[in-house]
Design a protein. Structure first.
Length: 150
């Protein structure tokens, strides 16, 4: 059962990544920093935030708090990506780190607990939270890309 859970999580994260890949391939470089309104994020901000979250959460997932002291979360919300190439590099690095972490989990790890902001939560809950969080932000990337279609 644990093996199936881990395989399914990997598959679901991969589907979300593929949806984002398709939108990032489509969106024009000039649209990366566009925000639908002052309270919305741009695609570049969303990618920076996803990258920061993925790197923080997936690095030493089972043994250190998911919120690393080296993460500067507030800096993720500055619209300062200089190119699509830079954006795609952050995107790929975040997903590479996350997917590698998932591949390295073993069935018995599903029964463990991890720290997130000092709170002990199950591996299942941590992965589920990440899946929901990343799905929401990729959905925003999809929405913005569709708004910016010519």
């Amino acid at each position: 059962m644990e093996t199936i859970f881990l395989q399914e999580m990997y598959r679901r994260f991969s589907v979300i990544k593929q949806q984002g890949d398709e939108m990032l391939a489509e969106i024009a470089e000039s649209a990366l920093t566009w925000q639908p309104n002052k309270d919305s994020n741009s695609v570049s901000i969303l990618v920076k935030h996803l990258h920061g979250n993925m790197v923080s959460r997936a690095t030493n997932f089972l043994h250190t708090d998911g919120e690393k002291p080296t993460r500067n979360r507030s800096a993720e919300f500055y619209n300062d990506i200089s190119s699509k190439k830079e954006l795609l590099a952050l995107w790929q690095e975040g997903w590479d780190r996350l997917l590698a972490m998932l591949q390295n989990l073993r069935p018995y790890d599903v029964h463990k607990y991890v720290l997130l902001r000092g709170e002990q939560i199950s591996v299942i809950e941590a992965l589920t939270r990440m899946l929901v969080h990343y799905s929401e932000h990729v959905g925003q990337i999809i929405y913005i890309t569709k708004l910016k279609r010519s």
